[in-house]
Design a protein around this ligand. Structure first.
Ligand SMILES: C[S@@+](CC[C@H](N)C(=O)[O-])C[C@H]1O[C@@H](n2cnc3c(N)ncnc32)[C@H](O)[C@@H]1O
Length: 274
């Protein structure tokens, strides 16, 4: 049974309050299909019953489960290819040269979903830069979805997931086969630290950043919220740092503190330099 409008509006409002994600009107069918398994597993007869319980006040774990189900965790290894080519060919060589004196590199995969983005960065650093021996390399990966983070930390992927973006050579080198799954090897897994973070909460615990992957998450927010995030990006990014957005995302018209660098099919941003 499809959700009635008041129930759907309550869900949209709740998700917005928890994450600032906008769920478009008319997506009742989506909500119903994503929440049905949660309702079932939590012992409710229907999604309607689950939402009714939430309305009466409920524990944070249940609200978090509902939020997790409503986030879009679509991702893949080396997603869109070009950002990772830009990282390897232009961005990393430049940052490594400018940071060579202190030997530190800080990369943040914000909205990391199930971890493919952060592990792609780690594999690239390993393969093309030998893991930067003698450097202090930090790859931080954060997301608001507890279930996505749990999967990311485990580093186990299905055949379908590894077939999206990985070559046979990468699969052989960086994963071990465990039954129907592929597990990322420990040396790559340990390069990434996963943490829970709502991008609208404080970034005080995030270190100054050389490279920020902020890909395919701004699209879920309204203009004012995108502006808030970009202002925070300006404060966390080192003066020589870079931001990579998703292919449908831009800073244009939102924040003129950034300049865009176009490099073939990919554009990336840095703080305006005088
Ligand atoms: C489509 S995935 C993008 C994953 C990856 N960055 C990529 O481009 O492949 C969007 C992610 O943003 C996360 N997200 C949505 N709202 C968020 C918020 N307010 N704070 C942190 N993460 C959020 C979701 O949980 C989801 O995992």
């Amino acid at each position: 049974m499809e959700l009635a409008l008041p129930e759907f509006d309550y869900l949209r409002q709740t998700v917005y309050e928890l994450s600032s994600i906008i769920i478009d009107p008319g997506k009742e069918y989506l909500a119903e299909s994503r929440l049905s398994p949660v309702a079932h597993e939590e012992g409710f007869a229907s999604v309607q019953e689950l939402l009714a319980r939430m309305r009466q006040g409920t524990s944070m774990p249940l609200r978090q489960r509902v939020l997790d189900a409503m986030t879009n965790n679509e991702t893949s290894f080396f997603r869109d290819v070009a950002p990772f080519e830009a990282l390897r060919e232009i961005i990393l060589p430049e940052i490594i040269a400018s940071n060579s004196r202190d030997g530190q590199l800080s990369i943040w995969s914000a909205a990391s979903s199930t971890g493919q983005e952060a592990y792609s960065i780690a594999m690239l650093l390993d393969k093309y830069f030998g893991g930067l021996p003698g450097w202090r390399v930090k790859i931080l990966a954060t997301d608001i979805s507890t279930s996505a983070l749990q999967r990311a930390r485990e580093g186990r992927y299905s055949q379908m997931e590894v077939s999206r973006g990985l070559t046979q050579e990468q699969l052989k080198r960086y994963f071990s086969n465990e039954g129907a799954e592929w597990k990322i090897i420990d040396s790559i897994r340990s390069m990434v630290e996963f943490r829970s973070l709502n991008l609208f909460d404080s970034w005080d615990a995030i270190p100054p950043c050389d490279i920020l992957f902020l890909r395919n998450v701004l699209i879920y927010f309204e203009v004012e919220k995108k502006k808030q995030i970009l202002a925070k990006v300006r404060s966390i990014l080192k003066p020589t740092g870079y931001v990579l957005l998703g292919s449908a995302e831009t800073t244009l018209g939102l924040d003129d503190g950034f300049e865009r660098i176009q490099c073939g099919p990919i554009s990336y941003c840095r703080l305006k330099r005088s």
